[in-house]
Design a protein around this ligand. Structure first.
Ligand code: FES
Ligand code: FE
Length: 325
């Protein structure tokens, strides 16, 4: 098992319409396209005839057509037409080897090797009362594991997000609990004092989070309701972090929000998330080594970093090799 057996997000589902799209996942070049029935497909972005990029081609009658000699491939990957030989029936060997692809959380997900866990869970997705919205993608010159760690890290709030998610002089982090889960682990009782924890905050508040690592490059933050900001006490707003590991030191990042804010337009919610992430990005891109060292002796840790230390041990246990040292 490795990261190739896990599902990874590669594109916004809405961006995939009537033309093929090129994406990179784990250093592999893929072409994504949607057939006449609306199903998504992910194939190597290379025509088996002479190696041209299929993503430069087009979709014709529910088939993907190569830009070079016009060979057409049906949804299952079989070549069904060679225009230079109109009477020729391509044999079963004339085909591309498809990867598994599916849509969830507004994104297209792919896995490169069969047999692994289901795609990262996001329980708030199923709470019909909450509003769902994707933010991003953000292209970041950092490894996916460094980005997950930053998402789990509360002790940077007072510095990187000063005036928003934290304040100098209020930087202390109370102890929190970390427990293993089936998919990863969960950190509960994570408290932060935040001047502007969301778009609607009118006063600083003590916010309590739960963090869950749900895949090698995926995590979910759930907020306990803050007084005055959430309509009902049993609602749990959540933000999922979904990362496409494009290369070992390059990532494409999405946040999926499940929130109780029904008034703000999409752009305003996205603007808030953009503001916060643009504060993280330069620090993330400055970190060296870019690949996350899994040997805990390679960097210094304190009790406030328990979640990130647990994440490193978790990646080592999973056998993840991409984006780590
Ligand atoms: Fe694709 Fe020839 S290279 S049809
Ligand atoms: Fe941050």
């Amino acid at each position: 098992m490795s990261e190739r057996n896990h599902w990874h997000p590669v594109a916004d589902g809405a961006a995939l319409t009537d033309a093929p799209v090129a994406v990179s996942l784990l250093d592999e070049q893929l072409v994504l396209w949607r057939d006449a029935a609306g199903a998504v497909h992910a194939w190597p972005d290379r025509c088996p005839h002479r190696g041209a990029r299929l993503s430069l081609g087009r979709i014709e009658g529910g088939r993907l057509e190569c830009p070079y000699h016009g060979w057409q491939f049906a949804a299952g990957g079989q070549c069904v037409q060679v225009p230079a030989l109109p009477g020729f029936e391509p044999p079963a060997t004339h085909r591309v080897a498809a990867y598994e692809a599916q849509e969830a959380h507004g994104l297209v997900w792919v896995r490169l090797a069969a047999g692994g866990p289901p795609l990262p869970a996001f329980a708030a997705e199923d709470d019909a009362r909450l509003r769902k919205l994707n933010c991003g993608p953000y292209d970041v010159a950092a490894s996916a594991p460094r980005i997950v760690e930053n998402f789990l890290d509360m002790s940077h709030f007072s510095f990187v997000h000063e005036g928003w998610l934290g304040a100098r002089g209020m930087a202390s982090i109370d102890d929190y609990a970390v427990e293993e889960t089936a998919a990863g682990f969960c950190a509960t009782g994570c408290k932060a004092w935040q001047p502007q924890s969301n778009l609607h905050s009118t006063a600083p508040a003590q916010v309590e989070y739960t963090y869950e690592v749900t895949g090698p490059y995926a995590a979910v933050l759930t907020k306990l309701p803050e007084p005055g900001t959430v309509a009902r006490p049993d609602w749990r707003e959540a933000i999922a972090l979904f990362i496409c590991p494009v290369g070992p030191e390059r990532s494409r990042v999405w946040f999926r929000l499940a929130v109780a804010d029904f008034d703000s337009p999409d752009e305003r919610l996205r603007e808030f998330q953009d503001t916060i992430f643009r504060q993280d990005q330069p620090v993330l891109e400055s970190q060296t080594p870019k690949r996350l060292p899994l040997d805990l002796r390679a960097e210094l840790h304190t009790r406030a970093d328990r979640a990130s230390a647990t994440y490193r041990r978790h990646l080592a246990r999973l056998g993840v090799t991409f984006g780590v040292l």
